[in-house]
Design a protein around this ligand. Structure first.
Ligand code: NDP
Ligand code: MG
Ligand code: MG
Length: 339
């Protein structure tokens, strides 16, 4: 597989072009600020009077309503929540986007599952950083970048891929490496990763570990440190040096326990059987249909689960302990989480 780096990308494909970044959340703030620092002519499109509007202006960016930002733009990057993109696209983007313009995404959901069907005159591509926005920004600022996936859905101009690479370069991604893919593969692997391993899988392992220890009578503070706090230390080692590097750093006792007890907790074949079922629901569009309906109904399942998990005992002990560890600097404040 060819991986693209800085020398493969020509930022000239963006010169003379006006870029509108829609949204100023996790990805939006990072893209807009990195583009600006790379010399790209960028404006941000938002809802007037929103929190994001004030934040973007405070960062020295030009902020307009979505419709106005799109009207000015040659290239529109959609960094709104996935579940609002289809409506905003229909009502505010498509009617204002110039003939022969470009439409970009950081995730393939709406295109792959047919929620957005762009006009044929548009270039449609994706630059999907494989990391949260704060890292896309901080890595760029220290001269590095977060790797990204790039894909082209529609190439009306004949240079959609080069434009995508130029955009990836402007947000710092080609410093780390850009992998070409398709909207289908990005969407399916992204959903699978977050459902099976990163979010769904990991939180259940942590919660089960915490409940097992506290139900056996161990103090919740100790359980918290063992099964949640230390996850970061282990993940940092895996991230830097792989599974073997992590196993090299831990004690032989921990390593022996890992090999011999890990399969008792997460039996590999049985877990893969269940993961294949989760993957099937993604591939058939079953998950996408469910999520679209959930949003049409006002997100009842999402809200109920959010409340239920926010009330989990690990959250109470966790917020108490983290307050006593001043070296932990939360990126998200309690007010921001609405709690
Ligand atoms: P966020 O939820 O962090 O931010 C959404 C932004 O959109 C906010 O600034 C919000 O502002 C604004 N917004 C919401 N509704 C509207 C509206 N109707 N009109 C105008 N602005 C609106 O989104 P993310 O950055 O998490 O996600 C953006 C895209 O990036 C998604 O496609 C996602 O899949 C993708 N992505 C996200 C990653 C991540 O780490 N979060 C990683 C890789 C890709 P306000 O509410 O203040 O109006
Ligand atoms: Mg995702
Ligand atoms: Mg230990």
């Amino acid at each position: 597989m060819k991986i693209y780096y800085d020398h493969d990308a020509d930022i000239g494909f963006l010169s003379g072009k006006k870029v509108a970044v829609l949204g100023f959340g996790s990805q939006g703030h990072a893209h807009a600020l990195n583009l600006k620092d790379s010399g790209v002519d960028v404006r941000v499109g938002l809802r007037p009077g929103s929190k994001s509007w004030a934040r973007a202006e405070a960062e020295g960016l030009r902020v307009l309503s979505v419709a106005e930002a799109v009207r000015e733009a040659d290239l529109v990057m959609m960094l709104l929540p996935d579940e609002t993109q289809a409506r905003v696209y229909r009502e505010e983007v498509e009617p204002n986007l110039k003939e022969g313009g470009a439409l970009a995404f950081a995730h393939g959901f709406n295109i792959h599952f047919g929620q957005i069907r762009p006009r044929k005159d548009l270039d449609v591509f994706m630059v999907a950083p494989k990391g949260p926005g704060h890292l896309v920004r901080s890595e760029y600022q220290r001269g590095s970048g977060v790797p990204a996936l790039v894909a082209v859905h529609q190439d009306a101009s004949g240079s959609a891929f080069q434009t995508a690479l130029a955009y990836a370069k402007a947000i710092g991604a080609t410093r780390a490496g850009v992998i070409p893919t398709t909207f289908k593969d990005e969407t399916e692997t992204d959903l699978f990763g977050e459902q099976a391993v990163l979010c769904g899988g990991l939180t259940r392992l942590i919660a089960a570990g915490f409940e097992t220890l506290t139900e056996a009578g161990y103090p919740p503070e100790m359980a918290y440190f063992e099964v949640l706090h230390e996850v970061k230390l282990i993940v940092d080692l895996i991230y830097e040096s792989g599974l073997s590097g992590m196993r090299y750093s831990i004690s032989n006792t921990a390593e022996y326990g890992d090999y011999t007890r890990g399969d008792q907790v997460v039996p590999l074949e049985e877990t893969k059987r269940r993961m294949r079922e989760v993957l099937r629901q993604i591939q058939t569009g079953e998950f996408a249909r469910e999520w679209v309906l959930e949003n049409q109904a006002g997100q009842p399942v999402l809200q109920a689960n959010r409340r239920r998990w926010q009330a989990h005992p690990i959250e109470e002990v966790g917020s108490r302990l983290r307050a006593m560890m001043p070296f932990i600097k939360p990126r998200i404040s309690k007010e921001e989480m609405g709690g």
